[in-house]
Design a protein around this ligand. Sequence first.
Ligand SMILES: [Cu+2]
Length: 653
Amino acid sequence: MRLSSIAVLLVAFASCKPRNEAGAITAGAAEKVYVAPGKYDEFYNFVSGGFNGQVAVYGIPSGRLLKIIPVFSVMPENGYGYSEETKPMLETSHGSLPWDDQHHLELSQKDGTPDGRWLFANANNTPRVARINLATFKTEEIIELPNSAGNHSSPFCTENTEYVVAGTRFSVPIGDKQDVPIADYKKSFNGTISFIKIDSSNGRMSLAFQLLTPAINFDLSHAGKGKSHDWFFFSCYNVEQAHTLLEVNASQRDKDFIMAVNWKKAEEYIKNNKGVLKNSRYAHNVYNETTHSATSTIESKVLTLDPTQLKDFVYFIPCPKSPHGCDIDPTGEYIVGSGKLAALIPVFSFDKLMAAIEKKDFDGDYQGIPVVKYESALYGEVQKPGLGPLHTEFDGKGNAYTSFFVSSEVVKWNIKDLKVLDRKPTFYSVGHLCIPGGDTKHPFGKYLIAYNKITKDRYLPTGPELAQSAQLYDISGDKMELLLDFPTVGEPHYAQALPADLIKNNSVKYFKIEENKHPFVTKGEKEAKVVREGNKVHVYITAIRSHFTPDNIEGVRVGDEVYFHVTNLEQDWDIPHGFAVKGAANAEILIMPGETCTLKWVPDAEGVFPIYCTDFCSALHQEMQGYVRVSKAGANTPLKYGTNLPDSAVAKN
Ligand SMILES: [Cu+2]
């Protein structure tokens, strides 16, 4: 198809409003999403933040925003990326980065079912995978992926969270020679798939190995289930290997691929020393819940496997028109490819794929990797489902639900007979969708949430930029029923949802002060102090309703580096204290009960600078304040500190 005709088609459909808008809502919809004051939602819904770099948590069915978890972007609201403790989380081989583009999420699983322990998140811009602890809702670990660009087909995991994978969206030159002409794409560029090993006892990630692939683009992926447990499937586009005007040049071929990888066999190759160790630089950042501090380490080696040299573990399956979604049904038998420009949905059979591989029923190879014949792996095609299928999830009752960007709808179809059963419009241009547990062995069903790319007239106008829009559907009956619109933050891509019971009872309410091993902790007001080391001033300061100890400090000089190590002494749920300093080129810090957090301040002028609590904590929160006196550089104002005793505390320098 020519550029002009593709563009006309896409624009025409994107701007076309679905019909039956008015009749879409039934009278009972409000009741189904109403969560009475003081009651809890039934499901947690974790939604990627896209270009805000964070993860948002909503309650379903109410659509209420419960939390924004900072992951790949700084968050001045709570000091993530600004406090000394969290700065290492954003370190990379390129130095500290304040932002990323967060696209996809996957919950950790046991036997193919979410276990409520961790949530994995990908960074698309500077390739990284993060692990969020679902007891604390904090980002606990971030690993960078070398030899990668555009970490898009990530962070999907195997049935028992043995591995989290990450495939490159952009192929790039890797290895020793990276300064090459862009026109040498076919010769000098590579894709990679990273396999990140997860330690089942504590979730710790390590880069086990990377698969070198031809220079194509990987979009999404999913692990096999049950009978297909040993396999991972990746959707690929730009098999044309274009490096310019991909809109046209990567849409030339009728079919791209789904790549099937036998990761068990890859493990064997690694065990038998078939991996090649390559030099690479990547950061590995870990947050320790006991010291309440992160560390960043630069790693230097990665094992690689080359499937053109090591046979029989990587295969391509032809799949129409730049596939996006690559989704495996709960039984592990059906592999659904969703071609962004296709007008049908191909469904592949795992059994047929295995038989074809066994019989070497190939259509030649693509750059040294066998291509299984389309018909040999195909179970069947869903005919006329809609235009532009993107992503499919399952309800566990034999039905599949596919989002259609171009025709702006969600379509329900039967996995066995491939018949379309129902379709409902989305407002507008749905991207991903989510059913609680909908990509696992045991979907929880009940609801479907559509994450739409275009909002237009759904909410009160707010200038040129509108909030993104999600829509909730009841899928418990034969026909889908639209219940609710709710705005989302950033741009939602992939999402996950699970029953609240799998998380809420394990939620940490506060950190025990006696277990706090922060090197600058102050476990009681009597231990509060100010220590000068050269031009560094360490303030060991405590916060408890409604005062800081000490709250008067003198003897700080212009040009000093002042570190306020604030320990929140509270031992009660939901009593954080905030801490801010006038004129600090920094954000506030928000200190959870029992935690220690450090704000660095380099005073730039003489004067007396207020400090205060920023999080309303008690009736006398407004009184929770203090002063720091700053003298000129080289002044000999004695170091003093105290609370209500300005003259009793003695300098210790
Ligand atoms: Cu306070």
